[in-house]
Ligand binder design. Structure first.
Ligand code: ADP
Ligand code: XUL
Length: 602
C-alpha cells in the first residue's frame, strides 16, 4: 500500500473482545488499509479464550488490561514494519467494546507521562492499575446488583427513564458496586480513576487519563440523560454507600464525591480533541502533531460510519439481530437502550438487541429443506416460499433461545386471527412458518422502533393520508382494544410512524428475499439500502477523527452528517425497491402485540 498521494491520514481503532483493529483513512474518507491483531493467536500467555477469561461458576468474564496494551504495541509495530507514514496522521479516534471499566492507580498519570519509547507499554504500566482486569460486557456476575439498582428507583422502567436503560449485568455502575462491596473493597478504595475501555485507549494515546465520553457514559446506569450529569443516588449505590448499605449521611456524601472524582467529568459531545498524542508514540513510531479525539462505544461508532439522520434505522442481521436508530425523541423503555448520539448533539441512538435472529430462521429453513428432500443448507426453497408470502392472519413467534425483547423463555407460539379472536394453533404446514418468522421478527422491530421514532416523524407522514391512517388505527383499536408493547401503551403516533431510510447489514442481509420482506413491512418513507461495512465501528472512529480535525481547522461546528455527505456519495450505496405492504401489516402488528402478552417467562 502506498500512501504517497495522501497528505493527511486518520486512524480509526476498534478494540473489541477478540481483536484490536486499526484502519487508515484519508481526508476524503477513503478507507486505505486495515491492520489488526487477534488476541487468541498472539496473546496466549494471558490464558484467554475468545479474548476473555471466564469463570463459569460465578458468571464472571474479564479481559486482561495488559493484553490491550500489548495489542497497541503489536499493531503499531506491524504498521512500522510496513513503512506506514505515522507522521501524516492528523487525528485518531475509535471505538471500544462498551461497558467495560479500567481501574487506575494514583501512579497512573505519572507513569503514562514518563513512558520510555525503547520499551513496550505493559511492562512500564504495571503499577498504573489497581486491577489488572476489566469486567467484560459478557459478564453475568452482577445479578444481585441488578435487583439493587432497579429497586432503588422503583423498577426497571424508572431506571430506563433516568439512564436510558434498565439494569444489565454488564453496565459499569453495577460492576463498580460489585467490586466496591463484595469483590474487593480495598482495591476500589485504592483506585484513583475509573475509565471506560473507550476512554482508557484514548488515555494511553494521550499519555494522561482523559474523561469518559458522554455517549459511551450512557452505558453505565449512572448517568442521567435528562440532566446531563451523574445521578447522585445511583452513584451512592454504585460506591457502596446507598440506602441499603446503611451508612451515615456523611459517609454517603463522602462516598458520592469519591466516586465522582474517580469517574472524572463526563466529556460532552464535541468535535474538540482531547490533546496531542504523547511523546512515547512520537518517539517510538514517528507520529508528529497527531490529535486524539474522544473514543466511543462500538455500537455508537457503527452508526457514524454512515450519515444516518433522525428516523433512519440500521438493522444488523448477524447471528443475533441488533437494531440501531437515530432519534431526537427521548422515549426510554426497559426493553431497549437509549444513548446520546456521539456526534450529533441533541440526538439519541436507540438500540434493540434480539437473541433469536438468524439461528431461528435457520431452523425453519432446515425444516423446509427436510420436507422437500433438499440436503444442503440452501435458502432457495425458503426464499421461493417467502417471496409469495402475504399477510394471511397467521403469525408465529419462534424463540428457540430465551428472548431479550420481549423478555420471554424459549418457546414457539402460532396463532390465527378469526374475526376478532386470536386462536392458538399447535402445528401448521411448515410453509406457513417461512413467512411467519420473517413477519413476526420484523413486526417486533416495527412495534419497538415505533415509539422511538414517533412524533419526530410528522413531516414525513403525508397529512392527506392522516384521516385514512386514523381510520386504520380506529379499526385496529376496535379489533384488539388497547395495545401494549413491553408494558407500555402504543398510540396513534407510535403505530403509524414510519422510518425514513433503512440500512441492512450483517450475514442475513445477503438474502434479498428476507430483506425485501422486512423492508415491505417496516415501510421506510425513503429508501432501503443493503450495505457492506465490515469495519463499521473502526470506520466510524476514523470519520470522527477526520470530522473533528476539519471542525478544528475551521474553528466551527460542522454538522457531522453534512461533513460525511459532502465527501461521500450516497448514491453509491446499493438500494433496493420493495412492495409497500406497511398498511396491510397493521393487523399483524396488533396480533403480535397480543400474542406477546401471552408468552411464558422463566
Ligand atoms: P456474526 O453476527 O456472528 O458476525 P454474520 O453477520 O456473519 O454473523 O451473520 C451470520 C448469520 O447470517 C448466519 O447465522 C446465517 O444464518 C446468516 N446468513 C448468511 N447468509 C445468509 C443467507 N444467504 N440467507 C439467510 N441467512 C444468511
Ligand atoms: C452493547 C454491548 C456489546 C458490546 C460489544 O451494549 O454490550 O455490543 O459493545 O462489543
Amino acid at each position: 500500500m502506498s500512501y504517497e498521494n495522501s497528505k493527511e491520514l486518520y486512524l480509526g481503532f476498534d478494540l473489541s473482545t477478540q481483536q484490536l483493529k486499526i484502519i487508515v483513512t484519508d481526508d476524503n474518507l477513503n478507507h486505505l488499509n486495515t491492520y489488526n491483531v487477534e488476541f487468541d493467536s498472539e496473546f496466549k500467555k494471558y490464558g484467554i479464550s475468545k479474548g476473555v477469561l471466564t469463570d463459569e461458576s460465578t458468571g464472571e468474564i474479564l479481559s486482561p488490561v495488559n493484553m490491550w496494551l500489548d495489542s497497541i504495541n503489536y499493531v503499531f509495530d506491524a504498521m512500522k514494519k510496513d513503512g506506514f507514514p505515522f507522521e501524516k496522521v492528523r487525528g485518531i479516534s475509535g471505538s471500544a467494546q462498551q461497558h467495560g471499566s479500567v481501574f487506575w492507580s494514583n501512579k497512573a498519570n505519572d507513569l503514562l507521562g514518563e513512558l520510555d519509547s525503547s520499551k513496550d507499554l505493559s511492562s512500564q504500566l504495571d503499577d498504573a492499575f489497581t486491577y489488572k482486569m476489566s469486567p467484560n460486557w459478557q459478564d453475568h456476575s452482577t445479578g444481585k446488583e441488578i435487583k439493587e439498582f432497579e429497586e432503588l428507583v422503583g423498577g426497571a422502567d424508572n431506571l430506563a427513564k433516568i439512564t436510558g436503560s434498565r439494569a444489565h449485568y454488564r453496565f459499569t455502575g453495577l460492576q463498580i458496586r460489585k467490586l466496591a462491596t463484595r469483590k474487593n473493597p480495598k482495591l476500589y478504595k485504592e483506585t484513583s480513576r475509573i475509565s471506560l475501555v473507550s476512554s482508557f485507549v484514548a488515555s494511553v494515546l494521550l499519555g494522561n487519563i482523559t474523561n469518559i465520553e458522554e455517549a459511551d457514559a450512557c452505558g453505565m446506569n449512572l448517568y442521567d440523560l435528562n440532566t446531563n450529569s451523574h445521578d447522585d443516588e445511583l452513584l451512592a449505590l454504585s460506591a457502596g454507600v446507598g440506602k441499603i448499605d446503611k451508612v451515615s449521611e456523611d459517609e454517603k456524601i463522602k462516598g458520592i464525591e469519591e466516586l465522582k472524582s474517580k469517574l472524572g467529568d463526563i466529556k460532552p459531545i464535541t468535535y474538540k480533541s482531547d490533546g496531542l498524542i504523547s511523546s512515547y508514540f512520537k518517539n517510538k513510531y514517528g507520529f508528529k502533531d497527531c490529535k486524539i479525539y474522544s473514543f466511543t462505544g462500538d455500537n455508537l461508532a457503527t452508526i457514524i460510519s454512515l450519515p444516518l439522520n433522525p428516523n433512519d434505522i440500521l438493522v444488523s442481521l448477524g447471528t443475533s439481530t441488533t437494531v440501531l436508530l437515530i432519534t431526537k425523541n427521548y422515549n426510554p423503555s426497559s426493553q431497549y437502550h437509549l444513548f446520546k448520539h456521539p456526534t450529533l448533539p441533541d440526538h439519541y441512538m436507540g438500540m434493540i438487541c434480539y437473541c433469536n435472529g438468524s439461528l431461528a430462521r435457520e431452523k425453519i429453513r432446515d425444516a423446509v429443506n427436510e420436507k422437500y428432500g433438499i440436503e444442503d443448507k440452501s435458502w432457495d426453497k425458503f426464499n421461493e416460499i417467502l417471496d409469495k408470502a402475504k399477510f394471511d392472519k397467521k403469525l408465529g413467534i419462534y424463540f428457540p433461545l430465551g428472548e431479550i425483547v420481549p423478555n420471554a423463555s424459549a418457546q414457539f407460539k402460532r396463532s390465527i386471527l378469526e374475526g376478532n379472536e386470536l386462536k392458538d394453533v399447535e402445528q401448521w404446514d411448515v410453509e406457513n412458518d417461512v413467512g411467519s418468522i420473517v413477519e413476526s421478527q420484523t413486526l417486533s422491530c416495527r412495534l419497538r422502533t415505533g415509539p422511538m421514532i414517533s412524533g419526530s416523524n410528522k413531516e414525513s407522514t403525508p397529512t392527506e393520508n392522516s384521516q385514512h391512517l386514523h381510520q386504520i388505527y380506529d379499526d385496529l383499536h376496535e379489533k384488539f382494544g388497547d395495545l401494549y408493547t413491553d408494558g407500555k401503551p402504543q398510540n396513534f403516533d407510535s403505530l403509524t410512524s414510519r422510518p425514513n431510510n433503512i440500512f441492512y447489514v450483517g450475514g442475513a442481509s445477503n438474502n434479498h428475499s428476507i430483506i425485501k420482506k422486512m423492508g415491505s413491512i417496516l415501510g421506510a418513507n425513503n429508501k432501503n439500502y443493503k450495505v457492506e461495512i465490515p469495519n463499521a465501528c473502526a470506520l466510524g472512529g476514523a470519520y470522527k477523527a477526520s470530522w473533528g480535525y476539519f471542525c478544528e481547522q475551521k474553528s466551527d461546528f460542522v454538522n457531522f452528517n453534512q461533513y460525511l455527505n459532502d465527501k461521500f456519495d450516497f448514491n453509491d450505496l446499493d438500494h433496493f425497491d420493495v412492495d409497500d405492504e406497511w398498511e396491510s401489516y397493521f393487523e399483524g402488528a396488533g396480533m403480535l402485540a397480543k400474542m406477546e402478552q401471552e408468552l411464558k417467562h422463566d
